[in-house]
Write a protein of this length. Structure first.
Length: 271
């Protein structure tokens, strides 16, 4: 998979260099909509709920399981959806975006009832709902291909960083406090929410005449582990982090063009 991403990245960079296209500078803005999902599975050695004889004939959780239990680290299922606004600036083969997004997250925890050696108040199935506001920064490589006089399509590959802007609240703060009572170190919002995504997909530009155009983009991506997830990774089964879909709809204006010396790949606002 990593080799495939590397080849796509090289293609996105090398193709425009060999073609030497005209470079057009554009800017615009619009709406951004996204959804992502993630399943976190506790490592097998921490799911041994009845592996230790705590007294003759009475089985209880292992010491490792008790440690994980006190820290609130059990199986989770997350689903998030949200949206916001963003602005972009591009120079034909590269696009920089800055946005503000709000995601509503639903998290379901599956925590077994253990022995009295661990507080039963932490056990059971628990649903948490919280909202996170994030600053969204992206850098995408793309290669526009003319399909018609007014229509251009382009493959895309790049990175998308998200920086937390709000503190914990409501259900999430309550959950962290309960775990903290058993010795769990509560992460900061930055440790918990700041993230880096690898995204790839495609987009299209549709000319409105002159230098104005409409743009639509659809991207799939996966999230690298946050600082908090990396710090607790020994408790988890190995695997990718969250993955999801992002859709961006915007309007743009081409304000300057620089002529190239080779064949023009075309593109609305790129000639």
């Amino acid at each position: 998979m990593k080799k495939l991403f590397a080849l796509v990245a090289v293609a996105c960079v090398a193709a425009p260099l060999f073609a030497l296209p005209d470079i057009a500078f554009s800017a615009g803005g619009g709406g951004i909509f996204s959804t992502h999902w993630h399943t976190g599975t506790l490592a097998r050695e921490f799911r041994d709920y009845h592996g230790l004889e705590i007294m003759p004939g009475v089985m209880g959780p292992t010491l490792q399981t008790q440690s994980a239990m006190r820290q609130g680290l059990f199986c989770t299922r997350d689903f998030a959806a949200g949206g916001g606004v963003f602005g972009f600036f591009d120079a034909t083969v590269a696009t920089v975006g800055v946005g503000l997004v709000f995601n509503r997250v639903h998290r379901l925890l599956d925590i077994p009832e253990l022995s009295d050696s661990v507080s039963p108040s932490l056990a059971g199935q628990e649903a948490l709902n919280f909202t996170v506001a994030q600053l969204n920064l992206s850098l995408m490589l793309r290669y526009p291909i003319t399909m018609a006089e007014t229509l251009t399509v382009f493959p895309m590959l790049g990175i998308d960083g998200q920086i937390a802007l709000n503190d914990f609240g409501g259900d999430l703060r309550s959950r962290f406090q309960r775990a903290a009572n058993h010795g769990y170190r509560v992460p900061t919002p930055a440790e918990f929410w700041n993230s880096l995504w690898i995204r790839f997909g495609a987009g299209t530009d549709f000319s409105l005449g002159g230098d104005l155009f409409l743009r639509g983009e659809m991207l799939y991506g996966f999230k690298l582990n946050s600082s908090h997830e990396s710090g607790t990774s020994r408790y988890r089964e190995p695997g990718l982090g969250a993955n999801g879909i992002q859709v961006r709809l915007s309007a743009g204006y081409t304000f300057r063009r620089l002529g190239g010396t080779g064949p023009d790949p075309g593109g609305v606002g790129n000639r």
